[in-house]
Design a protein around this ligand. Structure first.
Ligand SMILES: C[S@@+](CC[C@H](N)C(=O)[O-])C[C@H]1O[C@@H](n2cnc3c(N)ncnc32)[C@H](O)[C@@H]1O
Length: 388
């Protein structure tokens, strides 16, 4: 796609994507600020674009600045520690971004790779084309927490190795664009095998190919690919991978265009991201949230398999935790590897089990007033769940 076409107008899907990132930015800065003893934290956007669409709608970099400007406490934290690194291979776009950032009063803009010493709120702007060894070296050297957003048009530059480099650092998370529409056919295409292996791994690619032979519908195929992605990017369910699916319409039906995928080691981060995504989604499946663009004629095609998924979760909970008692927080952190349900949704699933007499909730007896009320919030903060 040509840059000038993409940035003409913001689609609903692009807005949802930018909201996922900018809403999470707020949480990340709060979490990281509270815990890190590093002098700096950095927001990294390696495919940043101009910050604004031609029709003046704001995209991710500008929405992030709006977020900071709208919250005094957040800005105070930013002014203490935050750095920005925006990269885009197209210098025309980074020039536009610079102008956009200047309207936010950002004065410390350096057209150079990130380096310290520098002042908080310094913006570094570069024009590397990914994949890039220099980018990888720079990321490797950054010795402070990172929130990275990787949003290419295709899948050029996205690799498990790069994402590991980011997420392996303390308090560092990554949000990336997974181009399902392009990767799905690429799985069968020997000419691009190298690129696909960088995303799925050679074993993952082999597994996907084998499993795809058993699938009969397009949706089954998609879930198999997603399942392998989750397994691989979560390092076999040892960190959290939260996918958000975007659908588009062809003349007759809906089909998946891409996913936005969040990777984190932090259980609070996955909890909050699931809440952010669930507010922006029109359908929740066991493995993903979905944004289905409005199209009244086709709304009956919305896929809702949540009831079936919830039954599966109940069954797994009863098998895994039989006879055990644990805090709801711990239970949610353990379960978070396997599905995208929010704390509220998990609470509802557990309430069903409580009604069936299979689970007992408890809150500390000393609590008074609202703290004694059995709610998802209270149970998460201080409650226990016993599987009988
Ligand atoms: C989907 S757009 C990013 C949109 C942006 N994240 C936003 O929210 O406005 C992809 C951007 O990546 C840039 N780009 C394309 N190929 C690239 C590459 N190989 N390396 C770095 N940037 C690239 C394009 O110029 C384009 O601005």
């Amino acid at each position: 796609m040509k840059s000038q076409d993409f940035y003409m107008e913001q689609t609903d899907s692009s807005l949802v994507k930018s909201l996922i990132v900018s809403n999470y930015f707020d949480t990340w800065l709060n979490i990281v600020y509270g815990y890190t003893n590093k002098n700096f934290v950095i927001y990294v956007d390696l495919y940043c674009g101009p910050g604004e669409y031609e029709n003046s709608k704001k995209s991710t970099p500008a929405l992030i600045m709006d977020k900071l400007n709208s919250k005094e406490a957040l800005m105070k934290k930013a002014k203490n520690k935050l750095l920005f690194w925006f990269n885009d291979s197209n210098p025309i776009l980074t020039k536009k971004l610079t102008e956009c950032l200047q309207t936010y009063g950002l004065e410390n803009i350096k057209f150079d790779k990130p380096s310290v010493p520098c002042n908080p709120m310094t913006v570094f702007i570069t024009n590397y084309e990914l994949p890039s060894v220099e980018i990888e070296t720079l990321i490797r050297r950054l010795d402070f927490p990172i929130l990275a957003f990787l949003d290419p048009w295709g899948y050029k530059g996205i690799s498990k190795e790069l994402i590991d480099m980011i997420v392996n650092k303390p308090y560092s998370d990554c949000i990336f664009f997974f181009n399902y529409n392009r990767i799905r056919p690429a799985i069968e295409n020997e000419n691009v095998i190298e690129h696909v292996q960088k995303i799925l791994g050679s074993e993952g690619l082999k597994n996907v190919k084998e499993r795809l032979m058993m699938a009969t519908t397009q949706y089954q195929k998609e879930i198999i690919i997603l399942d392998e992605i989750i397994k691989y990017f979560s390092n076999n369910y040892r960190r959290y991978v939260v996918p958000f699916r975007f659908l588009t319409y062809t003349t007759q039906k809906q089909r998946t265009s891409h996913y936005i995928i969040f990777v984190t080691k932090n259980s609070t981060a996955q909890k909050v991201m699931k809440e952010i995504m669930s507010k922006l989604c029109s359908d929740t499946h066991e493995l993903h949230f979905s944004y289905i663009p409005p199209n009244p004629q086709l709304s009956f095609l919305g896929i809702d398999q949540s009831d079936e998924s919830k039954e599966k979760i109940k069954k797994r909970l009863l098998q895994t935790y039989a006879g055990k008692e644990l805090s709801f927080k711990e239970l949610y952190a353990k379960e978070g590897y396997y599905n995208v349900y929010t704390v509220d949704q998990y609470f509802d699933i557990l309430k069903d089990l409580e009604i069936e007499g299979k689970v007992v909730f408890s809150l500390p007896p000393t609590k008074k007033g609202n703290d004694r009320k059995l709610s998802a919030d209270n149970l998460y903060k201080m409650g226990k769940v016993k599987f009988v």
